[in-house]
Design a protein around this ligand. Structure first.
Ligand SMILES: Nc1ncnc2c1ncn2[C@@H]1O[C@H](COP(=O)(O)OP(=O)(O)OP(=O)(O)O)[C@@H](O)[C@H]1O
Ligand SMILES: [Mg+2]
Length: 373
């Protein structure tokens, strides 16, 4: 089995007045693991169903390998699919479920028998062939769905939230199994999830979807460190947002001030839309919990902001502090610090100086649409 490339060109899907997917283009490399990550209703399933051939696009085209498959029937596309619900045939045994795609393809019996056994071994269910799906756990049913999608050795495997119904522990175990299977087989995977941790764990690249469009596509690391919008910044990892005022440009970079506090110098360029900058302009600053540090009040230097500890949480490998900026309402800052057993730590009510790592501050236009707001 060898992966094939998948290309999506300016694809759209409209249901009457609802636009589920709008002008999406995507190039998935052969053997790549690409995740579609986005909130409920952002068009992930619709996009996947068009690639699988179960939905016809309103516009655009889809290629698998060098072939335009836009109008090719699903079973002629050489694409395996694991659906959002397991969708096993309840009246068929595990063995017959897995054999189904091969029977559809009129493969001879001896070969079917051999390939079903191989596929079941691949998902560690060799001993379960004669059971009914109802006699299996959720994780086992999902493995059967995986075996059924892989049994005809498709170069492309599409998976729609395959682990959504499983508990955390089983989900993590199957994430690793799917990833290692994908790497062993070299198959191209397009994987839908709304769980950012799952996407970060499994993917070579992630396409973040928002309202039927791709908000940003890139490696997990690039999305984490260079989010193109507040939406992506909020969706991948934990991010603090602060309204700030632009003061002017210094040699070190743009100068900003958190409303009602001292000056912060910033060396990072602006994200998002190009802005017409003038002193006094309101911006939205975004900074990750691990890029903020704390010292005792009075020790932070001129760029520090005074704050008060609201909550202190010890998590073994690190600590989380929720800190209020003095004189400012709004949600507390989320700060992550390495746990240090030999150092005295901060407790609720302690006065602290907050220091932002200047080159880790992202600036966005203040009207940058935020998720969940
Ligand atoms: N058959 C349909 N008729 C009308 N609208 C539809 C249809 N299918 C999907 N939609 C709409 O298209 C949008 C995208 O739906 P889609 O199922 O692709 O989202 P999703 O990202 O997979 O969400 P979820 O995470 O909840 O599964 C939604 O607004 C949905 O209501
Ligand atoms: Mg869906």
């Amino acid at each position: 089995m060898k992966g094939e490339r998948v290309a999506v060109r300016n694809i759209a899907k409209r249901y009457g007045s609802v636009t589920a997917v709008e002008d999406v283009s995507l190039d998935v490399k052969a053997g790549e693991f690409l995740s579609l990550l986005g909130p409920s209703g952002s068009g992930k399933t619709t996009l996947l169903m068009m690639i699988a051939g179960f939905e016809l696009p309103s516009a655009g085209l889809i290629e698998v390998g060098a072939t335009d498959v836009t109008h090719v029937a699903p079973n002629k596309r050489n694409v395996g699919m694991v659906f959002q619900k397991y969708a096993l045939f309840p009246h068929m045994s595990v063995r017959d479920n897995v054999a189904f795609p091969l029977r559809m393809r009129k493969i001879d019996r001896a070969q079917i028998e051999r390939r079903v056994l191989e596929a079941l071994a691949m998902v560690q269910l060799d001993a379960y062939g004669s059971r009914a799906p109802t006699q299996l756990s959720g994780g086992q049913q999902q493995r059967v769905a995986l075996a059924r999608a892989l049994v005809f050795e498709p170069p492309v495997l599409l998976m729609d939230e395959p682990l959504g119904a499983l508990d955390k522990k089983l989900r993590e175990q199957l994430q690793i199994e799917i990833k290692s299977l994908q790497q062993r087989l070299g198959v191209t995977v397009i994987y839908v999830t709304h769980d950012q941790e799952e996407a970060l764990t499994m993917s070579d690249r992630i396409a973040v979807m928002d309202k039927g469009q791709i908000a940003q596509i890139g490696s997990p690391a690039s999305l984490y460190s260079e989010p193109a919008s507040p939406f992506v910044a909020e969706f991948i990892g934990k991010m603090n947002f602060l309204p700030v005022e632009y003061l002017g440009s210094a040699t070190s970079g743009p100068q900003i001030r958190v409303s009602g506090t001292s000056t912060l110098s910033v060396t990072r360029s602006f994200n998002g839309h190009a802005l017409e900058l003038s002193p006094g302009l309101s911006l939205l600053a975004a900074i990750r919990p691990e890029n903020i540090s704390l010292t005792a009040h009075g020790f932070g230097g001129p760029d520090a902001i005074a704050g008060t500890i609201d909550t202190s949480i010890y998590l073994g490998t690190h600590q989380i502090f929720l800190v209020n900026i003095d004189g400012r309402s709004g949600p507390p800052l989320h700060i992550q610090a390495p746990a240090n057993r030999n150092q005295s730590t901060f407790a609720r009510g302690d006065a602290v100086d907050i220091l932002f790592q200047a080159d880790a501050i992202h600036l966005f236009a203040s009207n940058g649409a935020m998720a969940n707001e």
